[in-house]
Design a protein around this ligand. Structure first.
Ligand SMILES: *[C@@H]1O[C@H](CO)[C@@H](O)[C@H](O)[C@H]1NC(C)=O
Ligand SMILES: *[C@@H]1O[C@H](CO)[C@@H](O)[C@H](O)[C@H]1NC(C)=O
Ligand SMILES: *[C@@H]1O[C@H](CO)[C@@H](O)[C@H](O)[C@H]1NC(C)=O
Ligand SMILES: *[C@@H]1O[C@H](CO)[C@@H](O)[C@H](O)[C@H]1NC(C)=O
Ligand SMILES: *[C@@H]1O[C@H](CO)[C@@H](O)[C@H](O)[C@H]1NC(C)=O
Length: 480
Protein backbone atom coordinates (compact mmCIF):
# COMPACT_ATOMS: atom_id res chain seq x y z
CA UNK A 1 0.00 0.00 0.00
CA UNK A 2 1.36 3.40 -0.92
CA UNK A 3 0.57 6.15 1.51
CA UNK A 4 0.92 9.87 1.00
CA UNK A 5 1.45 9.47 -2.69
CA UNK A 6 0.56 13.08 -3.15
CA UNK A 7 3.94 14.03 -1.80
CA UNK A 8 5.96 11.64 -3.87
CA UNK A 9 7.38 13.29 -6.91
CA UNK A 10 8.86 10.87 -9.36
CA UNK A 11 12.04 12.04 -10.98
CA UNK A 12 11.41 12.55 -14.63
CA UNK A 13 14.56 10.77 -15.72
CA UNK A 14 12.63 8.49 -18.05
CA UNK A 15 11.04 11.46 -19.66
CA UNK A 16 13.01 12.67 -22.59
CA UNK A 17 11.22 15.89 -23.03
CA UNK A 18 13.67 17.05 -25.61
CA UNK A 19 12.52 14.26 -27.87
CA UNK A 20 8.90 14.22 -26.83
CA UNK A 21 6.56 15.06 -29.60
CA UNK A 22 4.49 18.04 -28.66
CA UNK A 23 1.08 17.59 -30.10
CA UNK A 24 -1.25 20.46 -29.73
CA UNK A 25 -4.80 19.48 -30.35
CA UNK A 26 -6.97 22.38 -31.11
CA UNK A 27 -10.61 21.67 -31.32
CA UNK A 28 -12.35 23.99 -33.62
CA UNK A 29 -16.06 23.85 -33.40
CA UNK A 30 -18.39 25.22 -35.96
CA UNK A 31 -20.88 27.59 -34.51
CA UNK A 32 -24.41 26.36 -34.77
CA UNK A 33 -26.69 28.59 -36.77
CA UNK A 34 -30.07 27.79 -35.26
CA UNK A 35 -32.44 30.73 -35.26
CA UNK A 36 -33.33 30.05 -31.64
CA UNK A 37 -30.93 28.81 -29.00
CA UNK A 38 -31.77 25.84 -26.78
CA UNK A 39 -31.29 25.27 -23.10
CA UNK A 40 -27.89 26.49 -21.81
CA UNK A 41 -26.83 27.67 -25.27
CA UNK A 42 -25.32 31.11 -25.75
CA UNK A 43 -27.81 33.73 -26.89
CA UNK A 44 -25.85 36.95 -26.70
CA UNK A 45 -22.79 38.87 -25.64
CA UNK A 46 -20.30 41.24 -27.20
CA UNK A 47 -18.84 39.63 -30.29
CA UNK A 48 -21.58 36.98 -30.49
CA UNK A 49 -23.06 36.53 -33.94
CA UNK A 50 -25.23 33.45 -33.24
CA UNK A 51 -28.88 33.28 -32.23
CA UNK A 52 -30.14 35.87 -29.79
CA UNK A 53 -33.51 34.29 -29.09
CA UNK A 54 -34.23 31.20 -27.03
CA UNK A 55 -36.70 28.45 -27.82
CA UNK A 56 -40.12 28.66 -26.17
CA UNK A 57 -40.07 28.37 -22.38
CA UNK A 58 -36.51 29.61 -22.01
CA UNK A 59 -35.21 33.07 -21.28
CA UNK A 60 -31.98 34.63 -22.50
CA UNK A 61 -30.22 35.63 -19.27
CA UNK A 62 -27.20 37.93 -19.24
CA UNK A 63 -24.31 36.43 -17.24
CA UNK A 64 -21.92 39.18 -18.25
CA UNK A 65 -21.36 41.58 -21.16
CA UNK A 66 -19.83 38.78 -23.17
CA UNK A 67 -21.99 35.83 -22.33
CA UNK A 68 -25.75 35.36 -22.18
CA UNK A 69 -27.40 31.96 -22.25
CA UNK A 70 -30.82 30.37 -22.36
CA UNK A 71 -32.13 29.03 -19.11
CA UNK A 72 -35.45 27.80 -17.77
CA UNK A 73 -37.62 30.58 -16.42
CA UNK A 74 -39.17 29.57 -13.17
CA UNK A 75 -41.46 31.54 -10.94
CA UNK A 76 -41.64 28.87 -8.27
CA UNK A 77 -39.79 29.19 -4.98
CA UNK A 78 -37.60 26.28 -6.05
CA UNK A 79 -35.09 28.59 -7.64
CA UNK A 80 -32.18 29.85 -5.58
CA UNK A 81 -33.30 32.32 -3.00
CA UNK A 82 -31.11 34.84 -1.31
CA UNK A 83 -31.89 35.86 2.22
CA UNK A 84 -32.11 39.58 3.00
CA UNK A 85 -28.68 41.08 3.50
CA UNK A 86 -27.20 41.82 6.91
CA UNK A 87 -23.58 42.09 7.87
CA UNK A 88 -23.82 39.67 10.77
CA UNK A 89 -26.52 37.36 9.59
CA UNK A 90 -28.47 34.72 11.36
CA UNK A 91 -30.50 33.01 8.70
CA UNK A 92 -32.23 29.69 8.72
CA UNK A 93 -31.22 27.30 5.98
CA UNK A 94 -30.26 29.40 2.96
CA UNK A 95 -31.22 27.72 -0.26
CA UNK A 96 -28.67 26.12 -2.51
CA UNK A 97 -31.11 24.49 -4.89
CA UNK A 98 -29.55 23.82 -8.30
CA UNK A 99 -30.55 26.36 -10.94
CA UNK A 100 -32.61 23.86 -12.84
CA UNK A 101 -34.55 21.14 -11.13
CA UNK A 102 -35.24 18.02 -13.17
CA UNK A 103 -38.75 17.32 -14.36
CA UNK A 104 -40.83 15.49 -11.79
CA UNK A 105 -40.77 12.42 -14.04
CA UNK A 106 -37.01 12.22 -13.76
CA UNK A 107 -36.04 9.15 -11.76
CA UNK A 108 -32.78 9.52 -9.86
CA UNK A 109 -31.95 6.21 -8.15
CA UNK A 110 -28.62 5.94 -6.35
CA UNK A 111 -27.77 2.60 -8.00
CA UNK A 112 -28.39 0.85 -11.32
CA UNK A 113 -28.51 -2.90 -10.85
CA UNK A 114 -26.91 -5.17 -13.41
CA UNK A 115 -24.88 -2.41 -15.04
CA UNK A 116 -21.92 -3.90 -16.91
CA UNK A 117 -19.79 -1.79 -19.24
CA UNK A 118 -16.02 -1.96 -19.32
CA UNK A 119 -15.87 1.17 -21.50
CA UNK A 120 -16.86 4.65 -20.33
CA UNK A 121 -20.63 4.91 -19.69
CA UNK A 122 -22.55 6.92 -22.26
CA UNK A 123 -23.45 10.45 -21.08
CA UNK A 124 -26.26 10.49 -23.62
CA UNK A 125 -28.33 7.56 -22.41
CA UNK A 126 -30.52 7.59 -19.31
CA UNK A 127 -30.12 4.90 -16.67
CA UNK A 128 -32.77 2.82 -18.48
CA UNK A 129 -30.84 3.00 -21.77
CA UNK A 130 -33.15 5.44 -23.56
CA UNK A 131 -31.39 8.26 -25.43
CA UNK A 132 -30.75 11.78 -24.13
CA UNK A 133 -31.85 13.89 -27.09
CA UNK A 134 -32.44 17.43 -25.86
CA UNK A 135 -30.98 19.90 -23.41
CA UNK A 136 -33.89 19.37 -21.05
CA UNK A 137 -33.21 15.62 -21.26
CA UNK A 138 -29.69 16.50 -20.16
CA UNK A 139 -31.04 18.28 -17.10
CA UNK A 140 -32.58 14.99 -15.99
CA UNK A 141 -29.53 12.98 -16.99
CA UNK A 142 -27.36 15.32 -14.95
CA UNK A 143 -29.59 14.73 -11.93
CA UNK A 144 -29.25 10.97 -12.48
CA UNK A 145 -25.45 11.25 -12.61
CA UNK A 146 -25.42 13.32 -9.43
CA UNK A 147 -27.41 10.68 -7.54
CA UNK A 148 -25.20 7.86 -8.85
CA UNK A 149 -21.92 9.53 -7.91
CA UNK A 150 -23.16 10.19 -4.39
CA UNK A 151 -24.68 6.72 -4.17
CA UNK A 152 -21.65 4.71 -5.26
CA UNK A 153 -18.67 6.87 -4.54
CA UNK A 154 -18.97 10.14 -2.67
CA UNK A 155 -21.54 9.42 0.06
CA UNK A 156 -24.09 11.74 1.60
CA UNK A 157 -24.12 15.47 0.89
CA UNK A 158 -26.28 17.25 3.47
CA UNK A 159 -28.00 20.54 2.72
CA UNK A 160 -27.73 23.63 4.90
CA UNK A 161 -27.79 23.14 8.69
CA UNK A 162 -30.65 24.38 10.85
CA UNK A 163 -28.89 27.61 11.61
CA UNK A 164 -26.00 29.37 9.99
CA UNK A 165 -24.51 32.56 11.38
CA UNK A 166 -21.44 34.50 10.43
CA UNK A 167 -19.27 37.40 11.42
CA UNK A 168 -17.06 39.32 9.05
CA UNK A 169 -14.21 41.64 9.98
CA UNK A 170 -11.68 43.32 7.78
CA UNK A 171 -8.30 44.90 8.40
CA UNK A 172 -6.63 46.39 5.36
CA UNK A 173 -6.90 43.87 2.56
CA UNK A 174 -7.39 40.94 4.93
CA UNK A 175 -10.88 39.81 5.81
CA UNK A 176 -11.93 37.14 8.29
CA UNK A 177 -15.18 35.28 7.75
CA UNK A 178 -16.19 33.15 10.73
CA UNK A 179 -19.11 30.81 10.17
CA UNK A 180 -21.08 28.98 12.84
CA UNK A 181 -23.29 26.10 11.76
CA UNK A 182 -25.63 24.37 14.17
CA UNK A 183 -28.12 21.56 14.21
CA UNK A 184 -30.24 20.66 17.25
CA UNK A 185 -27.40 20.10 19.67
CA UNK A 186 -23.95 20.40 18.18
CA UNK A 187 -22.50 23.47 16.54
CA UNK A 188 -19.21 24.17 14.80
CA UNK A 189 -17.36 27.34 13.90
CA UNK A 190 -14.94 27.61 11.03
CA UNK A 191 -13.05 30.67 9.99
CA UNK A 192 -11.44 31.63 6.72
CA UNK A 193 -9.22 34.40 5.54
CA UNK A 194 -10.14 36.42 2.47
CA UNK A 195 -7.37 38.39 0.82
CA UNK A 196 -8.86 41.32 -1.09
CA UNK A 197 -7.39 43.24 -3.98
CA UNK A 198 -6.52 46.82 -3.14
CA UNK A 199 -8.50 49.61 -4.74
CA UNK A 200 -12.18 50.05 -5.36
CA UNK A 201 -14.36 47.00 -5.86
CA UNK A 202 -16.36 46.76 -9.07
CA UNK A 203 -20.11 47.27 -8.86
CA UNK A 204 -21.50 43.99 -7.57
CA UNK A 205 -18.44 43.28 -5.46
CA UNK A 206 -15.18 41.46 -5.95
CA UNK A 207 -14.96 38.20 -7.85
CA UNK A 208 -13.68 35.46 -5.54
CA UNK A 209 -11.48 32.39 -5.83
CA UNK A 210 -12.12 29.75 -3.15
CA UNK A 211 -8.77 28.01 -2.88
CA UNK A 212 -8.63 24.63 -1.16
CA UNK A 213 -5.73 24.84 1.34
CA UNK A 214 -4.77 28.16 -0.21
CA UNK A 215 -4.37 26.81 -3.76
CA UNK A 216 -1.27 26.94 -5.94
CA UNK A 217 -2.20 28.85 -9.08
CA UNK A 218 -1.36 32.46 -9.91
CA UNK A 219 -4.39 34.69 -9.42
CA UNK A 220 -4.82 37.77 -11.64
CA UNK A 221 -5.32 41.12 -9.97
CA UNK A 222 -8.88 42.13 -9.27
CA UNK A 223 -9.90 38.79 -7.72
CA UNK A 224 -10.23 38.13 -3.98
CA UNK A 225 -8.94 34.81 -2.64
CA UNK A 226 -10.51 32.84 0.18
CA UNK A 227 -8.26 30.20 1.69
CA UNK A 228 -10.43 27.21 2.58
CA UNK A 229 -9.09 24.80 5.21
CA UNK A 230 -10.79 21.75 3.79
CA UNK A 231 -8.57 19.38 5.80
CA UNK A 232 -9.97 21.03 8.91
CA UNK A 233 -13.50 20.39 7.69
CA UNK A 234 -12.76 16.70 7.03
CA UNK A 235 -9.34 15.32 7.86
CA UNK A 236 -7.33 13.49 5.20
CA UNK A 237 -4.16 12.29 6.89
CA UNK A 238 -4.66 8.65 5.92
CA UNK A 239 -7.22 5.85 6.14
CA UNK A 240 -7.66 6.47 9.88
CA UNK A 241 -9.06 9.97 9.25
CA UNK A 242 -12.59 8.64 8.63
CA UNK A 243 -15.15 10.61 10.61
CA UNK A 244 -12.68 13.21 11.86
CA UNK A 245 -12.99 16.95 11.34
CA UNK A 246 -15.43 19.79 11.96
CA UNK A 247 -18.07 18.38 9.62
CA UNK A 248 -18.24 15.20 11.68
CA UNK A 249 -18.44 17.19 14.92
CA UNK A 250 -21.71 18.53 13.52
CA UNK A 251 -23.13 15.46 11.75
CA UNK A 252 -21.63 12.68 13.87
CA UNK A 253 -18.53 10.59 13.37
CA UNK A 254 -20.62 7.91 11.65
CA UNK A 255 -22.05 10.29 9.08
CA UNK A 256 -21.96 8.66 5.64
CA UNK A 257 -20.40 11.72 4.03
CA UNK A 258 -16.89 11.23 2.65
CA UNK A 259 -14.16 13.84 2.90
CA UNK A 260 -15.26 14.92 -0.62
CA UNK A 261 -18.87 15.63 0.30
CA UNK A 262 -17.89 17.15 3.64
CA UNK A 263 -15.62 19.57 1.77
CA UNK A 264 -18.35 20.43 -0.74
CA UNK A 265 -20.73 21.05 2.16
CA UNK A 266 -18.26 23.57 3.61
CA UNK A 267 -17.90 25.40 0.28
CA UNK A 268 -21.68 25.67 0.02
CA UNK A 269 -21.95 27.13 3.51
CA UNK A 270 -19.27 29.70 2.70
CA UNK A 271 -21.31 30.80 -0.32
CA UNK A 272 -24.51 30.81 1.76
CA UNK A 273 -23.05 33.33 4.18
CA UNK A 274 -21.32 35.41 1.52
CA UNK A 275 -24.73 35.85 -0.10
CA UNK A 276 -25.98 37.39 3.14
CA UNK A 277 -22.85 39.35 4.12
CA UNK A 278 -22.73 42.54 2.04
CA UNK A 279 -19.86 43.84 4.18
CA UNK A 280 -17.61 41.22 2.57
CA UNK A 281 -18.36 42.80 -0.80
CA UNK A 282 -18.05 39.55 -2.77
CA UNK A 283 -19.89 39.11 -6.06
CA UNK A 284 -21.44 35.69 -5.44
CA UNK A 285 -22.18 35.34 -9.15
CA UNK A 286 -18.44 35.28 -9.80
CA UNK A 287 -17.00 32.57 -7.58
CA UNK A 288 -14.29 30.19 -8.79
CA UNK A 289 -12.81 27.19 -7.00
CA UNK A 290 -9.37 25.61 -7.20
CA UNK A 291 -7.10 23.15 -5.43
CA UNK A 292 -4.17 20.91 -6.29
CA UNK A 293 -3.70 17.15 -6.09
CA UNK A 294 -5.98 15.73 -3.36
CA UNK A 295 -7.41 19.21 -2.95
CA UNK A 296 -7.89 19.35 -6.72
CA UNK A 297 -10.11 16.28 -6.44
CA UNK A 298 -12.10 18.26 -3.89
CA UNK A 299 -12.25 21.39 -6.05
CA UNK A 300 -13.66 19.35 -8.96
CA UNK A 301 -16.29 17.82 -6.66
CA UNK A 302 -17.23 21.28 -5.39
CA UNK A 303 -17.66 22.55 -8.95
CA UNK A 304 -19.81 19.54 -9.82
CA UNK A 305 -22.09 19.59 -6.78
CA UNK A 306 -22.34 23.33 -5.99
CA UNK A 307 -24.07 25.05 -8.92
CA UNK A 308 -23.21 28.51 -7.57
CA UNK A 309 -19.54 27.91 -8.50
CA UNK A 310 -19.04 29.93 -11.71
CA UNK A 311 -15.61 28.53 -12.67
CA UNK A 312 -13.87 25.29 -11.67
CA UNK A 313 -10.07 24.94 -11.86
CA UNK A 314 -8.73 21.60 -10.60
CA UNK A 315 -4.93 21.40 -10.77
CA UNK A 316 -3.19 18.01 -11.05
CA UNK A 317 -6.17 16.27 -9.48
CA UNK A 318 -5.26 12.86 -10.94
CA UNK A 319 -7.22 9.74 -10.02
CA UNK A 320 -10.36 10.61 -8.14
CA UNK A 321 -10.29 13.97 -9.94
CA UNK A 322 -10.25 14.59 -13.68
CA UNK A 323 -9.27 11.01 -14.51
CA UNK A 324 -11.58 8.05 -15.03
CA UNK A 325 -11.32 4.99 -12.79
CA UNK A 326 -11.52 2.63 -15.77
CA UNK A 327 -8.79 4.45 -17.68
CA UNK A 328 -6.47 4.57 -14.66
CA UNK A 329 -6.84 0.79 -14.28
CA UNK A 330 -6.06 0.34 -17.96
CA UNK A 331 -2.99 2.52 -17.50
CA UNK A 332 -1.89 0.47 -14.50
CA UNK A 333 -2.47 -2.78 -16.41
CA UNK A 334 -0.41 -1.35 -19.27
CA UNK A 335 2.62 -0.98 -17.01
CA UNK A 336 2.37 2.50 -15.45
CA UNK A 337 2.33 2.74 -11.65
CA UNK A 338 -0.73 4.94 -11.13
CA UNK A 339 -3.28 5.66 -8.44
CA UNK A 340 -6.24 3.33 -9.05
CA UNK A 341 -9.63 2.95 -7.37
CA UNK A 342 -8.49 -0.14 -5.45
CA UNK A 343 -5.46 1.73 -4.17
CA UNK A 344 -7.27 4.93 -3.31
CA UNK A 345 -9.90 3.39 -1.01
CA UNK A 346 -7.09 2.01 1.17
CA UNK A 347 -4.99 5.15 1.05
CA UNK A 348 -7.36 7.75 2.41
CA UNK A 349 -10.95 8.70 3.26
CA UNK A 350 -11.67 10.86 0.24
CA UNK A 351 -14.49 8.59 -0.91
CA UNK A 352 -17.25 6.74 0.92
CA UNK A 353 -16.75 3.36 2.59
CA UNK A 354 -19.39 2.09 0.15
CA UNK A 355 -17.12 2.80 -2.82
CA UNK A 356 -14.79 -0.01 -1.68
CA UNK A 357 -17.56 -2.47 -2.63
CA UNK A 358 -17.18 -1.55 -6.31
CA UNK A 359 -13.51 -0.83 -6.91
CA UNK A 360 -12.74 -4.40 -7.97
CA UNK A 361 -15.56 -4.42 -10.54
CA UNK A 362 -15.37 -1.06 -12.25
CA UNK A 363 -17.61 -2.28 -15.11
CA UNK A 364 -20.51 -2.27 -12.65
CA UNK A 365 -20.19 1.49 -12.07
CA UNK A 366 -22.87 3.27 -14.16
CA UNK A 367 -20.69 6.40 -14.17
CA UNK A 368 -17.07 7.42 -14.31
CA UNK A 369 -15.42 10.76 -13.75
CA UNK A 370 -16.08 12.06 -17.26
CA UNK A 371 -19.65 12.32 -15.99
CA UNK A 372 -18.54 14.06 -12.78
CA UNK A 373 -16.81 16.71 -14.91
CA UNK A 374 -19.81 16.88 -17.24
CA UNK A 375 -22.03 17.80 -14.27
CA UNK A 376 -20.27 21.17 -14.29
CA UNK A 377 -21.50 22.01 -17.80
CA UNK A 378 -22.51 24.53 -18.98
CA UNK A 379 -20.49 26.31 -16.31
CA UNK A 380 -16.81 26.57 -17.28
CA UNK A 381 -14.16 24.05 -16.25
CA UNK A 382 -10.45 24.05 -17.00
CA UNK A 383 -8.24 21.33 -15.59
CA UNK A 384 -4.45 21.12 -15.55
CA UNK A 385 -2.42 17.92 -15.54
CA UNK A 386 1.26 17.06 -15.18
CA UNK A 387 2.74 14.24 -17.26
CA UNK A 388 5.95 14.19 -15.19
CA UNK A 389 4.01 12.71 -12.27
CA UNK A 390 3.21 9.22 -13.49
CA UNK A 391 0.84 8.25 -10.66
CA UNK A 392 -1.49 11.11 -11.71
CA UNK A 393 -2.47 8.86 -14.66
CA UNK A 394 -1.76 11.17 -17.61
CA UNK A 395 -3.51 9.01 -20.19
CA UNK A 396 -6.52 8.69 -17.94
CA UNK A 397 -6.99 12.41 -17.43
CA UNK A 398 -6.63 13.12 -21.15
CA UNK A 399 -9.07 10.36 -22.12
CA UNK A 400 -11.51 11.21 -19.36
CA UNK A 401 -11.64 14.90 -20.20
CA UNK A 402 -11.93 14.06 -23.91
CA UNK A 403 -15.03 12.05 -23.00
CA UNK A 404 -16.41 14.84 -20.77
CA UNK A 405 -15.85 17.34 -23.56
CA UNK A 406 -18.58 15.69 -25.64
CA UNK A 407 -21.17 17.02 -23.19
CA UNK A 408 -19.91 20.58 -23.57
CA UNK A 409 -20.01 20.02 -27.34
CA UNK A 410 -23.58 18.75 -27.20
CA UNK A 411 -24.58 21.83 -25.19
CA UNK A 412 -22.94 24.05 -27.82
CA UNK A 413 -20.32 25.51 -25.47
CA UNK A 414 -17.07 23.52 -26.04
CA UNK A 415 -15.07 26.68 -25.28
CA UNK A 416 -16.32 26.43 -21.67
CA UNK A 417 -14.22 23.30 -21.15
CA UNK A 418 -10.43 23.57 -21.20
CA UNK A 419 -7.68 21.01 -20.56
CA UNK A 420 -3.94 21.64 -20.44
CA UNK A 421 -1.40 18.86 -19.94
CA UNK A 422 2.35 19.50 -19.81
CA UNK A 423 5.41 18.15 -18.03
CA UNK A 424 8.64 19.81 -16.96
CA UNK A 425 7.63 20.87 -13.47
CA UNK A 426 7.19 19.44 -9.98
CA UNK A 427 3.81 18.33 -8.67
CA UNK A 428 1.64 21.39 -7.95
CA UNK A 429 4.30 23.79 -9.17
CA UNK A 430 2.98 26.23 -11.76
CA UNK A 431 4.80 26.57 -15.08
CA UNK A 432 4.46 30.07 -16.55
CA UNK A 433 3.57 28.56 -19.92
CA UNK A 434 0.13 27.73 -18.52
CA UNK A 435 -0.70 31.22 -17.30
CA UNK A 436 -2.26 32.49 -20.56
CA UNK A 437 -4.90 29.75 -20.61
CA UNK A 438 -5.65 30.30 -16.93
CA UNK A 439 -5.94 34.03 -17.39
CA UNK A 440 -8.27 33.50 -20.34
CA UNK A 441 -10.72 31.56 -18.15
CA UNK A 442 -10.45 34.09 -15.30
CA UNK A 443 -10.78 37.01 -17.71
CA UNK A 444 -13.86 35.69 -19.46
CA UNK A 445 -15.78 34.09 -16.65
CA UNK A 446 -14.82 36.08 -13.55
CA UNK A 447 -13.73 39.44 -14.96
CA UNK A 448 -16.21 39.71 -17.83
CA UNK A 449 -13.66 40.25 -20.60
CA UNK A 450 -14.08 39.33 -24.24
CA UNK A 451 -11.42 36.69 -24.75
CA UNK A 452 -11.23 33.30 -26.39
CA UNK A 453 -11.20 30.28 -24.07
CA UNK A 454 -10.42 27.62 -26.67
CA UNK A 455 -7.75 26.09 -24.44
CA UNK A 456 -7.07 22.43 -25.07
CA UNK A 457 -3.72 20.72 -25.39
CA UNK A 458 -1.69 17.71 -24.33
CA UNK A 459 1.96 16.83 -24.84
CA UNK A 460 0.79 13.23 -25.48
CA UNK A 461 3.33 11.85 -22.98
CA UNK A 462 1.51 8.77 -21.74
CA UNK A 463 4.53 6.63 -20.83
CA UNK A 464 4.04 4.26 -23.73
CA UNK A 465 0.37 3.58 -23.00
CA UNK A 466 -1.72 4.08 -26.10
CA UNK A 467 -4.91 6.06 -26.24
CA UNK A 468 -7.53 4.75 -28.61
CA UNK A 469 -10.69 6.79 -28.19
CA UNK A 470 -12.91 4.23 -29.88
CA UNK A 471 -12.03 1.66 -27.21
CA UNK A 472 -13.53 3.88 -24.52
CA UNK A 473 -15.96 6.32 -26.12
CA UNK A 474 -18.49 4.39 -28.14
CA UNK A 475 -21.19 7.05 -28.36
CA UNK A 476 -21.84 9.70 -30.94
CA UNK A 477 -22.31 13.23 -29.64
CA UNK A 478 -25.76 14.71 -30.23
CA UNK A 479 -26.39 18.38 -30.87
CA UNK A 480 -29.02 19.62 -28.44
C1 LIG B 1 -14.94 40.22 -28.98
O1 LIG B 1 -14.18 39.13 -29.47
C2 LIG B 1 -14.53 38.73 -30.76
C3 LIG B 1 -13.71 37.53 -31.12
O2 LIG B 1 -12.36 37.77 -30.92
C4 LIG B 1 -14.31 39.90 -31.73
O3 LIG B 1 -14.75 39.50 -33.01
C5 LIG B 1 -15.09 41.09 -31.27
O4 LIG B 1 -14.81 42.18 -32.08
C6 LIG B 1 -14.78 41.42 -29.84
N1 LIG B 1 -15.63 42.50 -29.39
C7 LIG B 1 -15.15 43.58 -28.75
C8 LIG B 1 -16.14 44.59 -28.38
O5 LIG B 1 -13.97 43.71 -28.50
C1 LIG C 1 -20.03 -8.27 -18.10
O1 LIG C 1 -19.85 -8.34 -19.50
C2 LIG C 1 -18.73 -9.14 -19.88
C3 LIG C 1 -18.53 -8.96 -21.38
O2 LIG C 1 -19.74 -8.91 -22.04
C4 LIG C 1 -18.97 -10.56 -19.45
O3 LIG C 1 -17.86 -11.37 -19.80
C5 LIG C 1 -19.16 -10.59 -17.94
O4 LIG C 1 -19.50 -11.90 -17.52
C6 LIG C 1 -20.26 -9.65 -17.51
N1 LIG C 1 -20.29 -9.55 -16.08
C7 LIG C 1 -21.40 -9.69 -15.37
C8 LIG C 1 -21.26 -9.56 -13.90
O5 LIG C 1 -22.49 -9.88 -15.88
C1 LIG D 1 -21.32 0.75 -26.28
O1 LIG D 1 -20.96 -0.18 -25.28
C2 LIG D 1 -22.04 -0.63 -24.51
C3 LIG D 1 -21.49 -1.55 -23.45
O2 LIG D 1 -20.68 -2.54 -24.00
C4 LIG D 1 -23.05 -1.35 -25.37
O3 LIG D 1 -24.14 -1.74 -24.59
C5 LIG D 1 -23.50 -0.41 -26.47
O4 LIG D 1 -24.35 -1.09 -27.36
C6 LIG D 1 -22.33 0.16 -27.23
N1 LIG D 1 -22.79 1.18 -28.13
C7 LIG D 1 -22.37 1.28 -29.37
C8 LIG D 1 -22.96 2.40 -30.16
O5 LIG D 1 -21.54 0.52 -29.84
C1 LIG E 1 -20.86 4.57 15.23
O1 LIG E 1 -20.93 3.24 14.77
C2 LIG E 1 -20.31 2.31 15.66
C3 LIG E 1 -20.29 0.97 14.96
O2 LIG E 1 -21.56 0.67 14.43
C4 LIG E 1 -21.09 2.31 16.96
O3 LIG E 1 -20.49 1.41 17.87
C5 LIG E 1 -21.08 3.70 17.55
O4 LIG E 1 -21.90 3.74 18.71
C6 LIG E 1 -21.60 4.71 16.54
N1 LIG E 1 -21.38 6.05 17.08
C7 LIG E 1 -22.32 6.98 17.03
C8 LIG E 1 -21.93 8.30 17.60
O5 LIG E 1 -23.43 6.79 16.60
C1 LIG F 1 -8.70 1.36 -31.96
O1 LIG F 1 -9.66 0.42 -31.50
C2 LIG F 1 -10.53 -0.04 -32.50
C3 LIG F 1 -11.59 -0.88 -31.85
O2 LIG F 1 -11.03 -1.71 -30.86
C4 LIG F 1 -9.72 -0.79 -33.54
O3 LIG F 1 -10.56 -1.22 -34.58
C5 LIG F 1 -8.65 0.13 -34.12
O4 LIG F 1 -7.82 -0.57 -34.98
C6 LIG F 1 -7.82 0.74 -32.99
N1 LIG F 1 -6.94 1.73 -33.56
C7 LIG F 1 -5.64 1.79 -33.27
C8 LIG F 1 -4.86 2.90 -33.90
O5 LIG F 1 -5.10 0.97 -32.52
Amino acid sequence: MRFKREFWIKASTAMKLSTAIQVILTFIFAQSVHAQAGLWAQCGGIGWSGPTACVAGLECVVENDYFSHCIVVTTSSASSSVAPPSSSSSASAPSSTPPSSPASACLTPSTVSGFNNSALPNPFTFNDGTPVLTASDWTCRRAQISALILGYEAGTLPGPPQTLTSTFTQSGTTGTLAITAANDGPSITFSQTITFPSGTAPAGGWPLLIAFEGGSIPVPSGIAVLSYSNSNMAQQNDATSRGLGLFYNLYGSNATASAMTAWVWGVSRIIDVLETTPAANINTQKIAVTGCSRDGKGALMAGAFEPRIALTIPQESGSGGDTCWRLSLYEQNSGSDVQTATEIVGENVWFSTNFANYVNDLSSLPFDHHLLAAMIAPRPLISYENTDVVWLSPLSSFGCMTAAHTVFQALGIPENHGFEQVGGHAHCAWPASLTPSLNAFFDKFLLGQNVSTDEWSTNNVFNGVSWNASDWINWTTPTF
